[in-house]
Ligand binder design. Structure first.
Ligand code: KG4
Ligand code: ZN
Length: 357
């Protein structure tokens, strides 16, 4: 199982992503070729508020999406009739934005008489490493770290995900964003904290490593964020040292929780990281070292596939098409957008897990 990717599959899927603050459109082939894509960030619109404002996001998606679809189709020299399906994020995420993308996809599917694929955004992140790495087979241990989610999953096949850990409070990207806010670095925070950390000493500021060594499987970052606030308020530390020490503490938590997941659910042939925080170089190199220690293949998609994008949504659609074969008729046109949509419905609910502020 697993190696279907990057074959001679010539199916073509249009992907649409609008669940947070990126409007994105991509045309992807079943052989893994990204034929054309466009992405528009709303960073500038949300920056004055220090975070994503749902109403502003939904309006911006509504303004930009249709012209972007037209641009991508024109650039690729494709017509609606050339598509095999139309895939859109149907959740989880900020519901206004999700509805803009999903309703657009429904209208296109109806007009072109093509199947609709209502894609779980998290499944997009979970499968994007297979778009980047043709040799990546199931199962793999996935660390999904973004602004809204912080989970360890056993990815056992398309549509088969077992959640091994999640956060009991903040997601890691959220902790990066809040740390940036506390340090006055602006939004989005992750890249800014990473840049500042380059000039700091990761051992300079004593910060907690919440749940490190704990028998329970989960993550927690709220206490780390509060400790960063206290360190800033104390006036005793250089901002760069605080940024570097925060990043170091966060990475140690990731590695500790992954070690625990490997102990209880391992071994796994591969370790994979996805989501926006996977763009962080310190995170990547610590994961690479962990993979080497456990003789696991390590896959981290290129940065453009780590943060929110539409190629991963089209790809998740293609994986489903390949799995379901000719029996696939598509999702119903009355498919309802889901603000919450866990990848593993059997996993117990954990307080605060993966709720984007
Ligand atoms: O996956 P993503 O684009 O959107 C969500 O679905 O949340 O992830 C965005 C998150 C933000 O919290 C951002 O600060 C974080 O990923 N991020 C980073 C870096 N680049 C983006 N965090 C740490 N270091 C980075 N270089
Ligand atoms: Zn995401």
């Amino acid at each position: 199982m697993g190696l279907k990717a990057h074959t001679s599959d010539t199916r073509l899927v249009l992907g649409i992503e609008s669940s947070c603050d990126e409007t994105a459109v991509a045309l992807v082939r079943g052989d893994g070729t990204i034929v054309a894509q466009a992405i528009a960030s709303q960073e500038a619109e949300h920056a004055p508020y220090g975070g994503v404002v749902p109403e502003i996001a939904a309006r911006a998606h509504a303004e930009r999406l249709a012209p972007m679809i037209e641009k991508v189709m024109t650039e690729a020299g494709m017509a609606l009739d050339d598509l095999d399906a139309i895939a859109a994020t149907a959740g989880p995420g900020l519901i206004g934005g999700v509805m803009v993308g999903l309703v657009s996809a429904k209208a296109l599917a109806m007009a072109a008489d093509k199947p609709l694929l209502a894609v779980n955004h998290l499944e997009g992140h979970a499968l994007s490493p297979r778009l980047a790495d043709a040799g990546l087979a199931f199962p793999y241990l996935l660390l999904l770290v973004s602004g809204g989610h912080c989970q360890i999953l056993s990815v056992e096949g398309v549509g088969q995900y077992r959640r091994l850990a999640t956060t009991i409070d903040d997601a890691l990207g959220e902790a990066f964003d809040k740390t940036a806010k506390i340090l006055g670095l602006g939004y989005p925070g992750g890249p800014a904290v990473e840049r500042l950390a380059l000039e700091g000493d990761p051992k300079a500021v004593p910060l907690p490593r919440p749940l490190k060594g704990s028998p329970e499987p989960h993550f927690s970052f709220a206490g780390l964020k509060s400790a960063v606030l206290r360190a800033v308020e104390s006036g005793a530390h250089a901002p760069a040292d605080i940024a570097a020490s925060f990043q170091q503490a966060a990475v140690e938590c990731l590695i500790d929780r992954l070690e625990r997941a490997l102990d209880t659910a391992g071994p796994f042939p591969a370790l994979v990281v996805a989501g926006g925080v996977a763009a962080n170089r310190t995170v990547r190199s610590a994961l690479e070292a962990l993979a080497a220690k456990h003789a696991m293949r390590f896959t981290a998609p290129p940065l453009a596939l780590c943060t929110d994008n539409a190629a991963m949504i089209a790809w998740a659609g293609l994986e489903r098409l390949a799995q379901e074969g000719d029996s696939f008729i598509g999702d119903p046109l009355d498919f309802v957008a889901r603000p919450r949509w866990p990848l593993d419905p059997a996993a117990e609910a954990v307080r605060g897990a993966g709720v984007k502020a």
